[in-house]
Design a protein around this ligand. Structure first.
Ligand code: ADA
Length: 596
């Protein structure tokens, strides 16, 4: 499953999850591997760094334009159709697509070369305190698109005189060599997941104009059948030959309900494209009506102050690596909600869209960030760094823009923000985010304490602090010193988030001395930390480091400070077995007298 709701009724889509042929460079044996999946799950490749090749046949039922969508390949992909290169992509954590026009009817060979090695070519995937797996780690789909198709939709809600309105940007691409005129019709439908049990909002229902799309002889998609007349939008556009065009439509949507943590109302935005009077394509996005704003030191959602309380969550599960199955994503969400979270930080990269869909459905507010963790200035000066960061930001916002759950965009966790050169890069990336989305606040988690040069740049200031773990210092005193310095260093009057704090505990290691690495020590530290941070009026959010234990790299000596070659600071281990700290977090996040 590629998303948690149906995105097409007209466009033919076939998901390519399943068993693919697989070979590994330097290994003669041929394998069969699951997609999505990591090759590290196979006993021959438990910690293999190299180039693996996945391949399978695909069938084109009729000649046409083939669009291949990959939701994530770790970490560099070269995609071939019948031996011809159709797409190249770097970064495991953002989607990409390739299009081949005028593909003949019949059987074709799809091949994906996947590289998870570390080299100068990879500025972001480096030996680190999380593992870079190898594989086609997120879902894949093949689609047939007409000569002019809907490439994407961005939905920007706003309130005007007490009524919800929205700007709807419909991105169109013309694959043909002639200019083409298209008609776009759209409408909003309440998403009924969790109410009627359907949850898939197929957009198929009995309606008066059954003929809306039957003329196209495709599916039984209807617009007028279920949509309110006043929740419709439409427009037309001329799309230049071999070019793109964004059609901007305005809609007014009276009587819609807002999206919030307490009541995460969602809607399906259906759009139909007609070419020469015939329905030729469609795209459905799922959206929510909510606003995010800052007021002094407060973060406001729909004008109401929120206190973000949640976890940092790596995409890593014991036997699945980063290719976490939907079942385990739901388990993670269920366990975090059992601990009364209302927020999540996608440390340290854009997440699987199915998990973001879950956050939309459950009302979990998300700080999503580009891919970077702890890069020195030297690492930031890798000639590929800036381009790879900016590609990641663009793809993250382009693909995740419509998730109402995302309330903050983050960048560059613990990078060299204490240098002038580093500041230049931070500034450029913050500006890039604002150019792509001015509706959400920005932040970055710093560890360059008392010397960060960038705190005037983000909308929210966030800091990682490991009092009584890496520094034997009093939690409250250290927090006060940090906040005092933030005020003086450009953060005055801004909301502040404690973006990381915690301690390691090896699952099952109990010790009444409450020594470091024991579950007792971690539980006590989190209790003491939450009691300090959640009572401070200057703090608008806390993200515990971290939700679950995760595998780390052995290169660069990470093993030396990471027992089991894992980061053990989870409140559950990599199999989601709760440690003592689980119940502490559940108790404290669940208390009413803590700021909501
Ligand atoms: C840093 C970093 C995290 C993790 C953490 C730790 O704050 O942002 O990714 O490495 O330290 O466990 O030490």
């Amino acid at each position: 499953m590629i998303r948690l709701f149906e995105q097409h009724q007209i466009r033919p889509v076939k998901e390519l999850d399943g068993m693919w042929d697989f070979t590994m460079e330097g290994v003669a044996k041929r394998y069969r591997m699951p997609v999505p999946g990591c090759w590290e799950q196979h006993p021959d490749f438990l910690k293999r760094r190299g180039i693996g090749t996945y391949s399978r046949e695909i069938y084109m039922p009729q000649p046409g334009n083939l669009r291949l969508e990959f939701k994530g390949v770790s970490h560099t992909a070269d995609v071939f159709l019948d031996g011809e290169l159709v797409a190249h992509h770097y970064n495991a954590f953002t989607p990409f697509a390739g299009i081949v026009t005028q593909v003949e009817k019949g059987v074709h060979m799809l091949t994906v070369q996947v590289d998870n090695t570390f080299s100068e070519a990879s500025a972001l995937h480096i030996p680190n305190d999380y593992y870079t797996y190898g594989g086609i780690t997120r879902p894949v789909a093949m689609e047939m698109v007409p000569d002019v198709y809907i490439k994407g939709i961005h939905f920007t809600p706003r309130q005007e005189e007490g009524t919800w309105k929205a700007r709807v940007e419909v991105s169109l691409e013309n694959l043909s060599s002639q200019d083409r005129q298209v008609e776009i019709a759209g409408c909003l439908e309440p998403w009924r997941g969790g109410e009627t049990g359907s949850g898939h909002g197929t957009g198929v229902t009995e309606g008066p104009d059954a003929g809306a799309s039957d003329k196209a002889g495709k599916g039984c998609f209807r617009i007028a059948g279920y949509c309110r007349e006043d929740w419709k939008i439409q427009g037309s556009a001329k799309v230049p030959a071999k070019g793109e065009y964004t059609l901007v439509l305005e809609g007014t949507f009276p009587e819609v309900e807002t999206w919030s943590h307490e009541s995460p109302r969602l809607y399906l935005l259906h759009t139909l494209l007609s070419l020469d009077g015939e329905v030729a394509d469609d795209l459905t996005e799922r959206v929510g009506f909510r606003t995010v704003a800052l007021s002094g030191k407060q973060i406001l959602v729909n004008g109401k102050k929120v206190f973000l309380k949640g976890f940092n969550r790596h995409e890593d599960y014991a036997v699945e690596g980063c290719a976490i199955s939907l079942q385990h994503m739901v388990q993670d969400m269920d366990l975090m909600q059992d601990m009364h979270v209302n927020a999540l930080r996608t440390c340290h990269y854009p997440n699987d869209e199915r998990f973001l869909d879950l956050c939309d459905e459950r009302g979990i507010m998300v700080w999503e960030e580009n891919h970077a963790r702890g890069l020195s200035l030297e690492r930031m000066q890798n000639p590929n760094f800036e381009r790879q960061c900016e590609d990641c930001i663009r793809e993250m916002i382009q693909n995740h823009y419509n998730h109402p759950a995302i309330v903050i965009w983050g960048i560059l966790n613990e990078c060299a923000s204490d240098t002038e050169e580093g500041r230049r890069m931070y500034k450029k990336q913050y500006e890039q985010i604002k150019s792509l989305d001015a509706t959400r606040p920005t932040t970055s988690a710093t560890c360059r304490h008392f010397r960060d040069l960038t705190l005037d740049l983000p909308d929210i200031v966030s800091f990682n602090q490991y009092s009584r773990w890496y520094e034997d210092c009093d939690i409250a005193e250290r927090k006060d010193a940090e906040i005092q310095w933030i005020r003086e260093a450009g953060g005055e009057g801004k909301p502040i988030i404690v973006s990381e704090f915690g301690a390691a505990a090896v699952y099952g290691y109990r010790d009444r001395t409450c020594c470091k690495w024991s579950e007792e020590y971690q539980a006590q530290l989190l209790r003491d930390s939450l009691e300090v941070y959640m009572q401070d009026p200057d703090i608008s959010g806390v993200f515990i480091w971290q939700y679950s234990d995760c595998r780390v790299c052995e290169e660069d000596n990470w093993f030396a400070t990471r027992a089991r070659s894992h980061n053990n600071k989870g409140v559950v281990d990599e199999y989601r077995r709760p440690k003592m700290a689980y119940d502490v977090v559940k108790e404290l996040f669940g208390k009413d007298d803590f700021k909501k």
